[in-house]
Design a protein. Structure first.
Length: 248
């Protein structure tokens, strides 16, 4: 139960209080519950959209997006902004890139990345709600939280201290692989639209992994947060675009 509570406390704004400091093994095991937390977030979003479906779509889309950000505390958006700033300001240098990611200040590129990602996510949510595909909202938070599993399983964590280092060291690899495969198979519930969204999701992860290794020889907490946001948006955009061409 503790690994699940660790994941819930870390990935959401739910008021979770742990009774004791978690061990490194428990931190590693918590990664297995990231998709479960994504499922919980997705169900809350879908339920809200369904219950309030009589509202104007523009208003409801905005409410869903705000709830999505609020549930996560903007944690992954912060990682995206830091990564964007570091990628531009680092000038291709590994050490400078890592140093900029530690800076809590958000530069213009970071702000621009947040505007773009939120705009794309809002417009895609609008299309989903227009098509009354409320249940599809469940899929994307789950996919986004598969990104850490993929990156921790396949990529070096470059910082020596912190939560990420203990996760990388103690992740149950067999369990993580089985959970990853099980979750991506769930996308096929949505037929060809889900399959196309899944393909774009996987291509996005592979590309991001390549760029992370190319620049900093691995991943950090910020780049993993960025991967969550980018993979969510890419799979969401692919879903609504595929739905437009295949179902209309």
């Amino acid at each position: 139960m503790t690994p699940f509570l660790i994941a819930l406390q870390f990935l959401t704004t739910f008021p979770i209080q742990l009774k004791a400091m978690p061990s490194k093994q428990q931190n590693g095991q918590s990664l297995l519950f990231y998709p479960v937390v994504g499922l919980l977030i997705g169900c809350i979003l879908a339920l809200m959209a369904f219950v309030l479906q009589s509202l104007p779509l523009i208003l409801l889309s905005s409410m869903v997006l705000v709830l999505w950000v609020w549930l996560t505390g903007g944690l992954h958006l912060d990682g995206l902004a830091d990564t964007a700033d570091a990628w531009v300001g680092g000038f291709g240098d590994k050490e400078r890139t890592l140093q900029i990611m530690k800076d809590p200040a958000c530069g213009p590129i970071g702000v621009l990345s947040l505007v773009i990602i939120c705009l794309l996510k809002w417009s895609a949510i609008y299309v989903l709600l227009q098509q009354q595909s409320y249940i599809a909202l469940i899929m994307f938070p789950v996919l986004g939280r598969l990104a850490p599993l993929f990156l921790f399983l396949t990529t070096l964590y470059v910082r020596e201290k912190g939560l990420g280092s203990s996760i990388a060291e103690y992740i149950p690899r067999t369990g993580a692989i089985l959970i990853f495969l099980s979750c991506i198979c769930g996308c096929l519930y949505f037929g060809w639209v889900g399959a196309i969204s899944l393909m774009v999701f996987l291509m996005t992860l592979v590309y991001l992994r390549y760029k992370f290794i190319q620049r900093i020889d691995g991943v950090t907490g910020d780049t993993i947060g960025a991967a969550i946001e980018i993979s969510e948006v890419s799979s969401l955009m692919a879903f609504v675009i595929a739905m437009h061409y295949l179902l209309n």
